[in-house]
Design a protein around this ligand. Sequence first.
Ligand code: ADP
Ligand code: ADP
Length: 229
Amino acid sequence: SGYVSLKGVRKSYRMGEVTIHAVDGIEFEIEKGEFVVIVGPSGAGKTTVLNILGGMDTCDEGEVLVDGQDVSKYRKRELTAYRREAIGFVFQFYNLVQNLTALENVELALQICKNPLDAKQVLTEVGLGERLANFPAQLSGGEQQRVAIARALAKNPKLLLCDEPTGALDYQTGKAILKLLQDTCRERGMTVIVITHNSAIAPMADRMIKIKNGKVSRITVNPEPVSVD
Ligand code: ADP
Ligand code: ADP
């Protein structure tokens, strides 16, 4: 089976009398080094799947295999270590520390990490070699997202998980960020999974997974340019 493999994954939320089946029997497989895109309508369960994969949330049922290990069986301590060591996260709103420079933001994240890459070098690779000493407020949205990507990459994670990384950016800037993520995937052989509404992404993906009502509704390998919604 694949490098990442989800089988029968379910997750419900109880809200008073109401139970929401956020993830309702998700199955998919991903090979090592693939650039994978998750699309689907708002509320479909995309973020919940990504959070389960990254150890930020737990599932009620199912198997979540990453590099041969079942993440769903991890206890709290193993899950924390997994999140710190094996996973890089990139979010819509960069989540940078405002009173630290670009370089300090990346270095801070590496303090709790076992096998980090060189912070300066990774920032240079994402195009911010001249911006190391700048604070987030001195950077554009696209540049701030590059800092966040460098911060995630510098951990040298097994999986890079990105939840709407272009959601706060204009279309062209978003496209450049997606290109950076794809280059990272190709050059480092890193497995990258991106939730996005950006329609530029489809032709860039090795695999496009469409989620609807908590289930996989379609998997496309090497998709043609199409609408992602
Ligand atoms: P989008 O797909 O547009 O990015 P989100 O994934 O942020 O949207 O949220 C989808 C829906 O899930 C929204 O209706 C939001 O209010 C709801 N939601 C997200 N997180 C929570 C939460 N922690 N508690 C309750 N509802 C949530
Ligand atoms: P998407 O990312 O595709 O927009 P989500 O995974 O955020 O979808 O949400 C799936 C469903 O689960 C939605 O109906 C959302 O409201 C619900 N949900 C997500 N997180 C929570 C939460 N912490 N508490 C309650 N409901 C949640």
